[in-house]
Design a protein around this ligand. Structure first.
Ligand code: BV8
Length: 247
């Protein structure tokens, strides 16, 4: 497959940038083998809609089912590695005075690739917290399929993940919007731009005069509004961009 072309003007913009923000969604982990959020679920989970399962109501109704769904996803994620797209972002961070990485993903692959100070808008599937007190619990025992009990209060433990209908962590969302307002260039990579309030972050950057670049094999509701739309896979485009930037 021929290398995707990166507009020369974009390379120049990146070279002049003082602050670059990268905002990622499930698509950047697709080439690691992590199904995107809206990909059809497989096996016994095929009959469930992620939008239904990733809610406090579902956990309230059937904590074991929701706990097992996350245990299944965690197990799959434990066997994958960061891909060339994740690694290229670690390189990009070294090419600019200020770099902010914001992710909607819960798989922890950016950190595994070496990215620092990652803003996790929707939590992290590897972190577990008390459903009652919300404190993160480090040592917990997985007994049968049921959610383990909190060692402090005995309530259910749950993934430290933001479910639909739950507020995002205040620091994460305010730091993300602040970075979007201050940056010169924002990349929106591998997201369908559907989930709020995250999907408003690239718009915030546009409204504050930043150059906004979308990298996605498919068009999204953001595509019409961005400065540069590069159709393709992050794992191909980002290493090409780094090569052209450092040539
Ligand atoms: C909130 C953790 C308020 C869970 C996630 C109507 C009714 C009810 C609610 C709402 C409504 N309208 C809006 C809302 C709010 C709702 C929302 O946005 N719903 C959507 C569905 C319309 N939002 C919320 O509920 C948020 N909370 O609003 O709270 C509030 C305020 C105060 C007090 C109380 C409450 C919470 C949203 C967070 C939900 N949790 N994740 C879990 O993972 O189990 S979001 C979930 O979607 C994932 O985290 C995922 O990251 C995120 C977004 O999806 P994408 O990352 O974009 O992934 P997707 O599969 O969609 O797309 C992948 C893209 O990659 C595609 O475009 C594809 O083309 C591309 N791609 C594929 N391969 C590649 C690629 N790109 C590049 N390279 C490739 N190789």
């Amino acid at each position: 497959m021929s290398s995707p072309t990166i507009p020369h003007q974009l390379i120049e913009k990146i070279k002049q940038a003082q602050h670059i923000v990268v905002f990622t969604g499930a698509g950047i982990s697709a080439e690691s083998g992590v199904p995107t959020f809206r990909d059809a679920q497989t096996g016994l989970w095929a009959k469930y809609d992620p939008l239904e399962l990733a809610t406090p109501e579902a956990f309230q109704r059937d904590p074991k089912l929701v706990w097992e769904w996350y245990a299944w996803r965690r197990e799959k994620i434990n066997h994958v590695k960061p891909n060339a797209g994740h690694l290229a972002l670690v390189e990009l961070a070294q090419q600019v005075p200020q770099f902010t990485l914001i992710t909607q993903n819960v798989d922890g692959l950016h950190q595994q690739a070496g990215s620092q100070n990652v803003i996790e808008l929707h939590g992290n599937i590897h972190r577990i917290k008390c459903a009652n007190k919300q404190n993160v619990v480090e040592n917990w025992q997985q007994l049968d399929g049921s959610p383990p009990e909190c060692p402090l209060c005995g309530d259910h433990l749950r993934p430290d993940i933001v479910w639909f209908g739950e507020a995002l962590p205040v620091d994460a969302i305010s730091n993300a919007f602040a970075a979007a307002e201050q940056c010169d260039v924002l990349f929106s990579i591998g997201t369908s731009s559907l989930v709020q309030p995250a999907a408003s972050i690239p718009l915030e950057a546009l409204q504050h005069g930043a150059t906004v670049v979308e990298i996605n094999p498919n068009p999204t509701p953001l595509t019409e509004q961005v400065t540069f739309s590069i159709l393709g896979q992050a794992g191909q485009i980002l290493p090409t961009l780094i090569r052209q930037l450092t040539a």
